[in-house]
Design a protein around this ligand. Structure first.
Ligand code: LMR
Length: 328
């Protein structure tokens, strides 16, 4: 299929699916960018969709648009403010135009694992972040987990100096730009949907992502290998517009939020296992994974961690201290 034919087919599918919404049902479009199966976000979104459609039948009708088929993450928040889409779950790195408080999640080596991220988000300051963009028209509803990031490039990466002079794709976050500059790389912000092509064509040399994204979008096919750095995290905010959430009848909102919270709890508990399965799938598909000794990994810590100082004011030293206390 040509790109145009694919677009027509997808539009058709979307309309066909919506034709199945009954008259009077609240239509909830949920746009996201990852694959659907074997992915923490893809699985959670599908579960939310099926539960809403079953338990809220006659009241609400949800349709998930995965794989950037409706919007990529750099456009979805604007579309949400226009009322063209009701739900999204962009990574916390993609809210830079709305808040600087999420920058803490991008600081390299801030969290030792996803349980630490979970505990931080559950704290009062984490929960307050859900409401931090109300002034800008966005309401956070829940945090969804993906996992720890790994580094990859078209040359072997063992020491951080191996990254010198390489071009790296980053999400739209100045923290990630600073992190790649710290290792001597040249960062380029780019939408997720463009990464595979950019790696394949040599527009960029490398990237960082979780196992589920590296496997789900086949980045390992167009990289020399993946280095298991676990240097940062990708996590998501399930987000809507304040206008949409305020428009819901309180009983409808409560039912929807109950389902969302149950899906969040069940799927967040599985995110680590889903990523480890993707790691195994990369190996099974012939991908190369490089593990680092503690000394080798420490060299990445030493080069990347100084980035914290540049952003301490944005994220608040008290939040950095709280995150570090949770790690301990
Ligand atoms: C990325 O752009 O690399 C990720 O945010 C994609 C995603 O949603 O996991």
């Amino acid at each position: 299929l040509t790109a145009a034919a694919t677009a027509v087919a997808l539009t058709f599918t979307a309309q066909a699916a919506f034709a199945s919404c009954e008259d009077g049902e609240i239509v909830i479009k949920f746009a996201h960018v990852t694959n659907t199966d074997r992915h923490p976000k893809g699985i959670a979104a599908a579960l939310l969709e099926s539960r809403v459609n079953e338990e809220m039948n006659g009241v609400a009708c949800m349709e998930v648009f995965p794989n950037s088929t409706l919007y990529d993450d750099n456009k979805v928040l604007e579309a949400m403010l226009q009322g063209d889409v009701q739900l999204a779950a962009p990574s916390l790195s993609k809210f830079e135009a709305f808040t600087r408080r999420f920058r803490i999640f991008d600081l390299p080596f801030m969290f030792t694992n996803i349980e630490a991220v979970d505990a931080f988000q559950a704290s009062d300051s984490g929960q307050a972040m859900l409401d931090s963009m109300q002034r800008r028209g966005l309401q956070g509803l829940a945090f969804w987990h993906n996992g720890m990031k790994q580094m990859s490039a078209n040359v072997p990466l063992v020491a951080p100096t191996d990254a010198n002079g390489l071009k790296f794709r980053v999400q739209s976050s100045d923290v990630l730009v600073a992190q790649m500059e710290a290792i001597g790389g040249s960062p380029q912000k780019m939408a997720f949907s463009e990464v595979y092509g950019a790696l394949q064509q040599g527009v960029v040399d490398g990237q960082e992502n979780t196992w589920s994204n590296i496997f789900g979008k086949k980045f390992f096919e167009v990289q020399d290998g993946i280095t298991e750095t676990n240097h940062g995290i990708i996590d998501y905010l399930v987000v809507t517009s304040t206008e949409w959430v305020d428009s819901l009848d309180p009983a409808v909102r409560d039912q929807f939020m109950t389902i969302l919270h149950e899906v969040t709890e069940v799927r967040n508990a599985e995110s680590y296992a889903v990523n480890q399965a993707s790691r195994q799938s990369v190996l099974d598909a012939g991908g190369v994974i490089r593990e680092l000794s503690p000394e080798q990994r420490q060299a990445w810590v030493d080069v990347m961690k100084p980035v914290w100082a540049q952003f301490a004011e944005d994220v608040g030293q008290e939040n950095i201290d709280a995150a570090q206390a949770i790690n301990a």
